[in-house]
Ligand binder design. Structure first.
Ligand code: C5P
Length: 287
């Protein structure tokens, strides 16, 4: 039996560079993993894939990325045997936090251990990329500059440990929808990735906070103005910066003081009734 965690992520920057022939978008993004995580327990079975999730309404068949990750490893490695996967879900779904990818990445690492497969990180990433663009990052964690579909990764100096308040508006956003809406009305304002990377390398956190930017934020916000409302509230509570993550709709606020993060989370819950999570940035797995 193997127990393994799959962490959530936020995008500190996200730019879309163009639409590719394969229907995906070329992106350039700084991704950051969080301590907020799902916990997965994998147990060997004679055959098949059995999946349980402690959150009602979530698919437990081939529509779930965790299931697909297990099927891919079984097929790729010719495993004679199956697996039971039990997921304790803490990362909100359809939120822009890569919760499904976190689970799939945990299954890839978990299967590697459970069946002593000795797949390298590069092999795991290649397998992960077959089923989801965010999975290679979810396998690695930490602070990464990702390009291509999101699968080409350049590890960066860890973003300093900082407190993160996540607030998920009561709407679900699908990633394909967000990219289609982006194509229909591409926003003019874009994040400056080079400036962000320079500021990060120089350890200039004040500049980093100013340079966060997500080209999908105005896209999702147009359909769901509540995103802008949540961002303003984060700033009103003293966040060093606040922005939507990924295709949304979750808005994160970064706080240098634990107390003000905790107070904000509490107030946010009281004011809006939103699903609010208090967490921290997290470094690379295994480092
Ligand atoms: O790779 P993943 O399955 O997470 O992507 C879900 C959908 O999001 C894709 O089918 C595509 O519509 C969109 N997407 C995209 N460009 C990316 C990543 C995702 O257009 N770089």
């Amino acid at each position: 039996m193997v127990t393994i965690r799959g962490r959530a992520k936020i995008n500190l920057t996200l730019d879309v560079l163009g639409l590719r022939d394969d229907g995906y978008h070329e992106i350039a993004t700084v991704m950051q993993s969080l301590a907020l995580a799902d916990t997965l327990t994998l147990t060997r079975e004679e055959s098949g894939i059995a999946l349980t999730v402690d959150m009602p309404g979530l698919e437990t068949d081939e529509r779930n990325l965790a299931w697909r990750a297990a099927a891919l490893v079984i097929e790729h490695c010719g495993i004679r045997g199956g697996v039971r996967i039990d997921i304790v879900k803490r990362i909100p779904v359809a939120a822009g936090l890569a919760g499904g990818s976190a689970d799939a990445a945990a299954v890839l690492r978990g299967m590697n251990e459970l069946y002593a497969l000795r797949l390298s990180d590069a092999e795991l990433c290649a397998l992960g990329a077959q089923i989801g663009s965010d999975i290679p990052f979810s396998l690695m964690g930490g602070t990464v500059f990702a390009t291509g579909r999101g699968e080409n990764m350049k590890p960066l100096a860890d973003f300093p440990k900082i407190h993160v308040v996540l607030a998920k508006p009561p709407v679900d956003v699908s990633t394909p929808w967000a990219y289609r809406a982006y194509d229909a009305h591409p926003p003019e304002q874009r994040p400056d990735n080079s400036a962000f990377l320079e500021a990060l390398a120089a350890g200039d956190m004040t500049a980093c906070m100013r340079l966060v930017g997500n080209v999908l934020e105005p896209v999702t916000e147009r359909a769901h103005p509540i995103v802008g409302d949540y961002r303003s509230r984060m700033y009103a509570h003293g966040a060093a910066c606040a922005m939507m993550s990924g295709s949304g709709p979750t808005v994160f606020g970064l706080f240098t003081e634990q107390e003000s993060a905790a107070y904000t989370a509490e107030e946010f819950r009281r004011e809006t009734g939103a699903a609010v999570y208090l967490t921290q940035t997290a470094g690379r797995y295994g480092v």
